[in-house]
Each structure stands twice: as C-alpha cells, then as structure tokens.
Design a protein around this ligand. Structure first.
Ligand code: SF4
Length: 326
C-alpha cells in the first residue's frame, strides 16, 4: 500500500509548498524501486516539463585549465595524488575557435569555462572575454573555478562573465582540502558580485545517507542562487574513493526528484527560445532555481492529493556534471 505520509509530502512538493529537510529525508527512506520513489520521479518530471514548457538549456563546457590539482579531492581524477597528467592551459585562439564552432549549433546558449582548483583568475577573466567575443551574441559565459574573494569575482564580472557554478561537496574538509564554510563563502561572494550562481550538491556515492545529502542541499537554500545541481560521483580510476563504486541511476533519479519537488516553490528558469535559438532538446535542467519564490499553486482542498499522472518515471531535474567541478 502506498505510504500516506509520502503521498502527502509528494503532493506538497508538486503543488509548490515548502518541503522541510526532514520531509525530504523521509521521502528518501523508500527504496529506489518503490512506488513512492516512482511517484516522486514521475511528479518531478511532470512538474519540470510543465514549468519549463519541455524546453531545456543547452550548455557547452570547455575545460580551459587542467593538470594536477593541489586541493586533492579523494574522488577526483585531477587530484595531485591520483593523476600523472601534466599541466595544460588552453590557448586563446583555440578557445575562440571552439566558441565559434559551437555557434554552428544554434541551440548552445551557455558556455561554461572550467578549471582545476588553482586557477589564475586574471587569465580566466581574459579567456572569458575571448569566449564572450567569439561566441554568438547573447551566449552566456559561466565559470566553474576555485574559491574566490570579492575582488576576483569582480574581475570575472567585469570581463563579461554572466554566472558561476560552485559546488559544496559531500565530505568537504575530510574528502577534500577545502572546508564547506569556504565553499559557502564563495557562493555568497559570487552572488554579491552580481554573478548568477548555480550551487552544486555532490558528488553523491552509494555510501551517502539521506541526511548527508539533504542537509548539504539545504545549506544553500535561501542564499539567492539561480539554480541547484545535484550530481553523482563518477568513479575515477586510482582515486581513493573509487572503490566505493557508483550510485545506482534509479536512486540518483529518486534523489533528484525529491529535491526538485523540495524546491518547486521557486520559479523555474525561463528558457525562452528565440528565432535564432529554438531549442526543444533534452539538455540541461536545473533542479530548482532560487531567484524568486513562487506562491503555492494550492493543493486541492482536503488533500493528500497527488495529481493523477500517467507519465512514466524518467527524466527529472538533472544536469550533466563535469569532472572539473572545483
Ligand atoms: S574536484 Fe576540483 S578542486 Fe577537487 S581535486 Fe578535482 S579539480 Fe581539484
């Protein structure tokens, strides 16, 4: 029999009422093949498609600097102790060519420049300027880079950067060389500098509990981020955490679905297609967006009232994740 409390919580999320962290944790106590999980996935998919008019945002990611990273995250293939790669920085002409080539695919509306954890922010600003000049007009330039201070965030903003992705990782300070507070400070700094900011929650492995995942996700709630990204850990050969394996796709879908419903009270991003850039492709979805909190659309009276749905569990809020998420 379908759990009645779960039914009520799923209904709350679907109708844009706030879900508390403990309610999300409860929804994640169900197995990923349970009817409760299937309903979460189905409702989150239905809600996202409806809010975004089945339109996604196609993001191209270009790594601009790679090599051994001193931050040393125990899941990352670029950690100094794991990789035997050499340092590599993209050439400005190469970046310009790639951005022009991406222009041939008119659906690409955002380019994200990623680095490892010891980026030269001045150089990254130069590259952002090259990308902005080379990509089709209107393409958003985002960065995915190390922790920043206000001056560095301002440098990126002045160079034409639209926004940034920044992740607070599970096990920050123990599995990584950075504290969670420093990550959160950087997110505040990015937002204060006027950069649209997407906060990441991950990388999620099979060993992580609902409490760890949900508490981390809610750590950035209310900060003013434009989006949230929830992502799994990709096993990196040679990394200490590689042996823990990878979370099952069905469980990952369930987690994304519950967290999508948890944030449904916020406005979803509006990806309006233009004549030059019509996009219907399944590409990029935020699991929530935190700019504007929506009023609840109101559950039907007297409800533990899940909407009827015939949609099969499938895509929910998810974005591709990069091995360079620093
Ligand atoms: S996840 Fe980012 S910060 Fe951590 S080791 Fe890898 S590149 Fe460096």
């Amino acid at each position: 029999m379908f759990d009645s409390r779960a039914a009520d919580l799923l209904s709350k999320g679907y109708y844009k009422e706030r879900l508390e962290p403990d309610e999300c944790k409860y929804l994640l106590t169900f197995r990923d093949r349970s009817p409760e999980a299937a309903m979460a996935v189905s409702l989150a998919d239905r809600l996202t498609r409806s809010e975004c008019k089945s339109t996604g945002l196609l993001v191209a990611e270009i790594p601009v600097s790679t090599g051994p990273c001193p931050v040393g995250c125990r899941f990352c293939k670029w950690a100094e102790s794991t990789t035997d790669s050499l340092f590599w920085d993209i050439d400005g002409d190469d970046l310009a060519r790639r951005c022009r080539e991406l222009g041939a695919f008119s659906d690409v509306r955002r380019i994200r420049l990623s680095t490892i954890g010891d980026a030269d922010i001045g150089r990254l600003a130069e590259l952002a300027g090259i990308a902005a000049d080379s990509a089709p007009k209107g393409t958003e330039i985002y960065v995915d880079t190390r922790d920043l201070d206000a001056s560095e965030a301002g440098t990126l903003k002045d160079a034409g950067v639209t926004g940034a992705y920044h992740s607070v990782r599970l096990g920050e300070g123990t599995e990584t060389g950075v504290s969670a507070e420093k990550r959160l400070d950087t997110i505040r700094t990015l937002i204060s500098a006027g950069l649209r900011t997407v906060a990441g929650t991950g990388p999620i492995g099979p060993e992580h509990t609902p409490k760890e995942i949900v508490d981390l996700f809610y750590a950035t709630d209310g900060m003013g981020c434009d989006g949230m990204q929830v992502y799994p850990r990709e096993p990196a050969e040679g990394a200490p955490l590689c042996g823990n394996g990878k979370i099952l796709p069905a469980r990952m879908s369930q987690i994304r679905a519950v967290l999508t419903l948890a944030m449904s009270r916020y406005d979803f991003p509006a990806f309006e297609p233009t004549a030059a850039r019509s996009s219907r492709a399944e590409t990029w979805r935020t699991s929530s967006t935190a700019r504007t909190e929506k009023k609840s659309s109101g559950r039907p009276a007297g409800s533990c009232s899940m909407p009827a749905t015939t949609e099969s569990p499938g895509l929910t809020a998810s974005v591709p994740t990069s091995p360079w998420h620093t």
